[in-house]
Design a protein around this ligand. Structure first.
Ligand code: PA5
Length: 475
């Protein structure tokens, strides 16, 4: 039972407007409402299918199960805040994109540049690559004495994260000795699988568990995301409550009342019947910029699948594209209006930005500039969102808008659950497994082979025998 009042939940509800996905708004390239009605049986099967698998989809219950460890996370967050100036997450994919997205959404947009007094919490770095220049750059800007690391890997074996861990562990042991490691390194991983849990036990590290049934890209609402959010001062209970609220909203099989199911049905129809192989997500808020990155992984890795049907191999999925309003109006919107009908565009709008910024008077004698004065940046960004939605709609391209009343923990929790459920329903509608990632595993295995990991000799031979590149095609 939520501790948030009915009024608060209502006022903070994330809303979906899908008018512009339909023929009446965009014409022949849109979805006919009859097509939605025709999906009734399939939709019901998908709804039932997702619910039947609820026990395996533990990510859907994180707002309940993780309440048990919120106190422990907050105690650890306090320890981190009291003992360091820099909090560094080592991880990749689902172990990094959620923490980045939530931090950008909830904290000051130049968080790391603020003074310690202004920040009140440590700087946050999320290192999700193995570019040597980036690692060197990180080490240039952090003082190890004042840094705590959180290594996150569900599998406990991802090469990139393990390489980072090796580098950091060596530095920490050289500086603080093996006994000092516990004060500088927190582990987040599976309770028994993989190598990180072995290392965590060996050095008695503070350890948080990624629960079973929670894949990387569905893990933001467990310690993977909650620790960094709590360290940086977010109200993680409110995030979980927002997720709970969205799960409630999506627990009806009445399609027109279930936002995630409706979004899934619309995207699947757009994909299957209207050639929309691209899904653009375009938030009109810098705070939500990295939610588009997080969504890109969720949508791509979950739905980008192949399946044998009779003799033919069927390929599924929509390529996600990240865009930012208004910035990408001056980069990508031209192709959203005049380009091919191969995409859906999902705008994210915000009713109330957390800051009001007035545009002052300075050039009142130049009418073409002066018209802006007296307005606010808030009015300008809203006008541009509405204007772009209009331009895309009149050009006949399917689009829809997700509106957040304001960006806060409660609405971010809703947004995360909304996209996760949309993805689960879409996977079920398409008849694919949205929770594995064989293509990613293939790349991971090939990397192990190339770097000489034992047990991957066969994979190495496969790589060595793959088609040789011809010089004449390299110019
Ligand atoms: O969604 C997923 O499962 C993947 O993208 C993983 O998050 C990513 O490959 C990192 O894996 P791990 O957390 O096991 O290091």
């Amino acid at each position: 039972m939520s501790t948030y009042s009915k009024e608060y939940r209502h006022d903070m509800r994330v809303r979906i407007d899908y008018n512009n996905m339909l023929t009446q708004a965009v014409g022949e390239h849109g979805i006919d409402p009859e097509e939605i009605a025709d999906m009734q049986e399939r939709m019901q099967a998908a709804f039932d299918g997702v619910n039947a698998k609820r026990d395996a989809m533990r990510w859907r219950d994180l707002y309940k199960t993780q309440l048990d460890i919120v106190d422990e996370i907050e105690e650890t967050a306090e320890f981190v805040r009291n003992n360091c100036d820099n909090f560094v997450v080592l991880g990749i994919g689902g172990s990094a994109l959620g923490p980045i997205a939530v931090h950008q959404a909830l904290r000051h947009q130049h968080h790391n540049a603020l003074s310690k007094d202004e920040r009140k919490v440590p700087r946050l770095y999320v290192e999700d690559n193995v570019d040597p220049e980036r690692m060197a750059a990180l080490l240039d800007v952090i003082d190890l004495d004042k840094t705590i690391f959180n290594v996150i890997t569900k599998s406990g074996s991802t090469s990139e994260t393990m390489a980072q861990l090796l580098i950091i562990t060596r530095l920490l042991i050289d500086r603080f000795g093996e006994d000092g490691l516990r004060d500088h390194l927190i582990a987040t991983t599976d309770k028994e699988k993989g190598n990180l849990i072995i290392i965590a036990k060996r050095y008695n590290l503070r350890t948080f568990i990624v629960p079973d049934g929670v894949g990387g890209r569905f893990s933001e609402l467990c310690p993977v995301g909650l620790i960094a959010a709590a360290v940086c001062g977010a109200d993680i209970r409110a995030m979980l409550a927002g997720a709970e609220y969205m799960d409630e909203l999506c627990s009806t099989d009445e399609l027109h009342k279930n936002p995630a199911l409706m979004l899934a049905v619309l995207e699947v129809l757009a994909m299957e019947r209207h050639g929309a192989n691209i899904s653009v997500l375009m938030p009109y808020a810098d705070s939500l910029k990295f939610m588009a990155d997080w969504y890109a992984q969720l949508w791509a890795e979950s739905l980008g699948k192949k399946k044998l049907s009779g003799d033919s191999m069927l390929h599924f999925g929509q390529t996600p594209v990240k865009a930012l309003g208004v910035t990408d109006q001056h980069s990508q919107v031209q192709i959203y209006t005049d380009g091919p009908f191969d995409k859906t565009i999902t705008f994210i709008g915000v009713d109330k930005y957390r800051v009001d910024f007035e545009i002052p008077h300075a050039f009142d004698d130049i009418p073409n500039v002066a018209f802006l004065s007296g307005h606010t940046l808030n009015e300008l960004i809203q006008a541009e969102r509405i204007a772009t939605e209009h331009a895309v709609t009149v050009s006949g391209h399917m689009n829809k808008t997700i509106m957040l009343p304001i960006v806060n923990e409660f609405t971010i929790g809703q947004l995360i659950m909304l996209f996760e459920l949309q993805t689960a329903f879409a996977g079920e509608l398409l008849g694919i497994d949205a929770f594995d990632q064989p293509g990613v595993e293939e790349g991971k295995n090939a990397t192990y082979a190339l770097l000489g990991k034992a047990g991957y000799e066969e994979k190495l031979r496969e790589l060595q025998n793959s088609a040789k590149k011809e010089e004449k095609y390299i110019i």
